[in-house]
Write a protein that binds this ligand. Structure first.
Ligand code: DAH
Length: 452
């Protein structure tokens, strides 16, 4: 999806490869109409947001706005947050107050082009054309620099429309971290880098740095290349040491060093930009996006004399690995058997209290013909949204298991397998049949599908 869909937990490497490319106009936003069935304006925290043809936030998502998992000290998301905060102990922790931002804050101010795919209605939640549920914590960079903070860590819930499986959920948490210095302090960087490098040299760590400064991933013209190189070095050392702090104790248990990989990336608000991966369980796991802040952004924030780096990481992804949490819906369960297992400040493996059996339903349908006037183009995320809206957290996966195009009529058919499973109890067959009929009713009336 957008910039770094990767910061949703667990994405394959092949998926991530396309994400490092700058957006191309052909993949631009799909501003076709997919709205909820809602007819009254949104009223949130005393504010009214009138509906328009962008409004696509369903009640299931609105209900998440005040859950604040990252503020509950016994919740794994919050435990991880505080461990990272204690690692970067000189950084100021920041909690933004509302997930509702203007489109300008979330996209324009960060240099997202008007046709960037991250803006698409299929990928983001809009209250209306001017207000979006924050899609990433980078959206708070400018206001945080405006406060005069130089080293800070900001944690928040972020919202993205998505597919449904055990590692994707439309709400998740990111932590944004940044370190900037006034130009008069940049002379300190070589010394700080030398100290960080000597500490890292003592760690059983293999760093595979495949990134390079190039015309595609350059230092910025307004930066002295020496300074930009020192900032980049400080970014890399700081994040390597954080990753070693988190993964080192578990990864190196069997005597093997921890492997970290740096690769080139693209983000509209950093240059050079990088993604960082860690070798985990036989595969590269994408952890975070980072880079040297675009100077125009700092100028806009009123701190033109400062320069530095930033990173953004997905907390669910890290928690799932570090706490052995098998399904992302568990973060949202209100079953006390989940939360009572965890202790503030400690990473402990999750003990499944029970695995309840799944109930599956297959459904085949013709998708609407978008070449016809007034017909909205099919998007799987719209389908998943209706499924979530109807079934909430009872839906575990929505999998495309078959598709074909009719040779004569040219009509396209898709078959999906919907797997329902509760995290906390057994499901009744009748209950699922009711949900499934409602999904079908709504997808027929709202998306124009035709059941086969
Ligand atoms: N906001 C980006 C995303 O969600 C992640 C990111 C990339 C954050 C680079 C940063 C950064 O601070 O420097 O995909």
């Amino acid at each position: 999806m957008m910039f770094l869909r990767s910061l949703q937990p667990i994405a394959s490497c092949s998926r991530s490869a396309s994400r490092i490319l700058p957006p191309v106009a052909a993949r631009g936003p799909r501003l076709t109409r997919f709205v909820t069935t809602r007819t009254t304006p949104y009223h949130i925290n005393g504010q009214t947001y009138p509906l328009d043809d962008h409004s696509n936030v369903p009640p299931t998502i609105l209900a998440k706005l005040d859950r604040n998992l990252h503020l509950n000290p016994s919740h794994p998301i919050s435990i991880l947050r505080s461990i990272i905060e204690s690692h970067f102990s000189t950084f100021t922790p920041v909690t933004p107050s509302s997930p509702i931002l203007t489109v300008t804050q979330n996209f324009d101010d960060l240099g997202f082009t008007p046709d960037h795919p991250g803006r698409a209605l299929s990928d983001s939640y809009y209250l209306n054309k001017n207000h979006v549920l924050r899609t990433h914590t980078s959206a708070h960079e400018i206001e945080t620099y405006q406060k005069g903070l130089n080293q800070w860590l900001l944690t928040a819930d972020v919202y993205r429309r998505d597919e449904i499986d055990s590692s994707h959920y439309p709400v998740f948490h990111q932590m944004e971290g940044a370190s900037v210095w006034p130009s008069s302090e940049l002379y300190k960087l070589p010394q700080m880098n030398a100290e960080l490098a000597s500490k890292l040299a003592e760690c059983p760590l293999i760093i595979e740095d495949t990134s390079s400064i190039s015309p595609e991933n350059p230092y910025q013209k307004s930066h002295d290349p020496e300074h930009a190189a020192q900032i980049t070095q400080h970014l890399k050392h700081s994040l390597n040491s954080l990753i070693f702090r988190l993964f080192g104790p578990i990864a190196t248990k069997d005597g093997e060093p921890l492997r970290i990989r740096w690769i080139d990336a693209y983000f509209p608000f950093t240059s050079p930009s990088f993604e960082v991966e860690v070798w985990w369980d036989g595969d590269w796991l994408e952890l975070l996006g980072s880079g040297v802040m675009q100077q125009p952004l700092l100028n806009r924030a009123g701190v033109p004399d400062k320069s530095g780096w930033a990173f953004g990481l997905g907390l669910e992804r890290l928690c799932m690995v570090l706490f052995s949490i098998p399904d992302i819906r568990l973060f949202w369960t209100e079953d006390p058997r989940f939360i009572s297992q965890f202790t503030p400040g400690q990473i402990t493996p999750f003990k499944p209290y029970s695995k309840y059996p799944p109930v599956t339903r297959d459904v085949s349908f013709w998708i609407p013909d978008a070449s016809k006037k007034g017909v909205t183009q099919w998007h799987e995320n719209d389908y998943c949204e209706i499924v979530r809206d109807v079934a909430g957290d009872l839906v575990e996966t929505v999998q495309l298991i078959d598709e074909f195009t009719h040779p004569k009529t040219g009509r396209r058919s898709k078959t999906y397998r919907l797997t329902y499973r509760s995290m906390d109890r057994n499901l009744l067959n009748d209950e699922i049949s009711g949900l499934q009929s409602e999904v079908e009713r709504r997808t027929i009336s709202e998306m124009g599908i035709e059941i086969r």
